[in-house]
Write a protein that binds this ligand. Structure first.
Ligand code: NAP
Length: 294
């Protein structure tokens, strides 16, 4: 059994990105520029944006954080997005979610120019991804693919069981792994799936993305399976300084001995997500014209 070390993979990819940026800048080009818009003062969102800003600096990007007050109107936010869409010095930008309740998230996502949508949430990017066309793939599914690639985990012809069908994790990763090149036979499960344990037990690769702490137990796993645990749930842990502990969707201690590979939580999929945003931003700067910017 091998534990997939997301921190190590993230570190390796980060070095590659930094080297590519250094070469770009050395050749007289400007560095990629990532802009993050943060609306309101949600603590978790603030932390995520801080991490993105720090990582941007570490790989040599220019980064700008636009902090807007929680009572910013939808029209004001859409105006700002239109401005960033036109700004030729901005390669990619993200609007940190969730947004305050008075703002329609879908409208905001759809207002972003798909060629700058480095979060990969715009329907044009999602549609292109589903069709196997060049696109920005959103962070978590891209992070999972990078982990499989780094560890040379065979996927062709394997039965991959994905638990969860959300637009940000389950649905895209199920689609991507079914595409040419990855070539999995994919089953996507959800809360209405019958005999879930039997279905999961038939998986050579199991991707747990349901958000229920320690839901996947040893009896649900085929010996030798690859288990990717996407879940992050805070469970109370009075003995810790923070008062909580992060748990994945997989009961790690009993499942790990059965697996060929498994991701831990934390330290598995989590560290990959910011890296995927950096990868997309570098791609946006290079933008190989898969979008018509006109
Ligand atoms: P979500 O939108 O809540 O979707 C959960 C999915 O799991 C739904 O499709 C739901 O089915 C299914 N589900 C829930 N309970 C189930 C059950 N008992 N049996 C079978 N399926 C069940 O969650 P999400 O946004 O995809 O996130 C999933 C987890 O990943 C969360 O813990 C989240 O914090 C974590 N996450 C981690 C990262 C990372 O960087 N590591 C990134 C994103 C998310 P229905 O559709 O039928 O309701």
């Amino acid at each position: 059994m091998e534990i997939i070390d997301g921190k190590e993979v993230a570190q390796a990819l980060k070095k590659q990105i930094a080297a590519q940026v250094a070469t770009m800048v050395g050749a007289g080009e400007r560095a990629p520029h990532l802009v993050a818009i943060l609306v309101g003062d949600d603590g978790a969102s603030q932390t995520y944006v801080d991490h993105k800003e720090k990582m941007s600096a570490e790989v040599g990007f220019r980064s700008t954080v636009l902090r807007l007050s929680g009572d910013t109107s939808q029209a004001e936010l859409l105006d700002l997005i239109a401005k960033l869409n036109r700004d030729t010095e901005v390669d990619g930008f993200i609007v940190q979610l969730p947004l305050p309740r008075h703002i329609d998230e879908q409208k905001v996502i759809e207002a972003i120019d798909p060629s700058k949508d480095v979060d990969g949430f715009h329907p044009e990017n999602v549609g292109r991804m589903v069709m196997g066309l060049p696109s920005f793939v959103s962070a978590t599914p891209d992070g999972i693919l990078q982990l499989l690639k780094y560890y040379n985990i065979p996927t062709a012809g394997k039965h991959c069981v994905v638990i969860g069908r959300s637009n940000i994790v389950g649905r895209p990763i199920a689609n991507l792994l079914s595409q040419k090149g990855w070539d999995c036979t994919v089953t996507m499960c959800h809360s209405r799936t019958r005999n879930l344990a039997d279905v999961v037990r038939s998986g050579d690769i199991v991707i747990a993305a349901l958000g229920r702490a320690e839901f996947v137990t040893a009896d649900m796993i085929k010996p030798g399976a690859v288990v990717i645990d996407v879940g992050i749930t805070r469970v109370p842990a009075p003995e810790t300084k923070s008062g909580f502990r992060l748990k994945g969707d997989v009961k790690f201690d009993e499942v790990a001995p059965l697996c060929s590979y498994i991701t831990p939580v934390p330290g598995g999929v989590g560290p990959m997500t910011i890296i995927s945003l950096m990868r997309n931003t570098l791609l946006a700067k290079r933008l190989f014209g898969f979008f018509d910017r006109e």
